[in-house]
Design a protein. Structure first.
Length: 243
């Protein structure tokens, strides 16, 4: 099918190309739930490698390599249930939280010899300002408990990784911020409309392939295998039809 013919086919059923995305947009907006507000408390720490861990003449025994390996390992330990339980024990009674729940909210990522640790929790958009303030205090308490655990028992956690006397220093946080909507949330409706348009185009061409009606002289010539000698224009009725 040539491009011009494809455009004619699409224009013939333009209402389907327009109607399906509009219907999807209306249903999506009618069924959409307000995205919750996600708050995050983030902190950052660095480590110093003891001289006893260095291996002279070894590329893997340098402070940079050992630091990257330890940061990578500790970033995997922080979201664990064991670390969450240690942090939960440090929280005041008013900040009662289950370790398993806290483990699902704690995350960490390594950046060479620096680690970012954060804890996130969501609130519905209709939450009051008092509820938001309580959530900020709760996240700060969790962040401070994580800082205390890392500063006081960081050597113990790193000893589980095979290194002792590792110095740990918190350099940022914990600070609480409201996270912006995710990329998926921002593009959700656009992706739905694009998919609906693709489906509509596919339906138009399937309909065209199954349609037995001849709409143009070229289609009649292809169907008959012979050239078209003439055509009778469609009669247009003007006024009321006669009885």
């Amino acid at each position: 099918m040539e491009a011009r013919e494809a455009l004619v086919v699409l224009f013939r059923r333009w209402w389907l190309l327009l109607g399906l995305p509009v219907a999807v947009a209306i249903l999506s907006l009618a069924m959409a739930q307000p995205a919750p507000h996600v708050y995050e408390a983030r902190l950052r720490f660095v480590i110093d490698i003891p001289r006893s861990a260095l291996v002279p003449g070894s590329d893997e025994g340098t402070a940079a390599k050992i630091g990257e390996a330890l940061i990578d390992d500790i970033a995997r330990i922080i979201p664990s249930s064991a670390f969450a339980a240690a942090v939960a024990e440090r929280l005041p009674p008013e900040h009662d939280v289950r370790p398993n729940e806290l483990a699902s909210e704690l995350s960490a990522t390594d950046r060479h010899r620096v680690a970012d640790v954060w804890v996130r929790r969501a609130l519905p958009q209709g939450a009051s300002e008092a509820e938001r303030a309580l959530l900020r205090l709760h996240l700060v308490a969790i962040g401070e408990a994580a800082v205390a655990e890392l500063e006081e028992n960081g050597g113990w956690w790193f000893a589980r990784l095979g290194q002792r006397d590792v110095a740990l220093t918190v350099i940022d946080g914990p600070t609480v911020m409201l996270l912006p909507p995710s990329l998926r949330q921002r593009l959700d409706l656009s992706l739905r409309l694009a998919l609906a348009l693709v489906v509509a185009v596919g339906l138009v061409f399937v309909w065209h392939a199954l349609d037995p009606v001849v709409h143009a002289e070229a289609e009649a010539a292809d169907a008959a295998g012979a050239p078209v000698l003439g055509s009778i224009p469609a009669r247009r009725r003007v006024g009321w039809p006669r009885r």
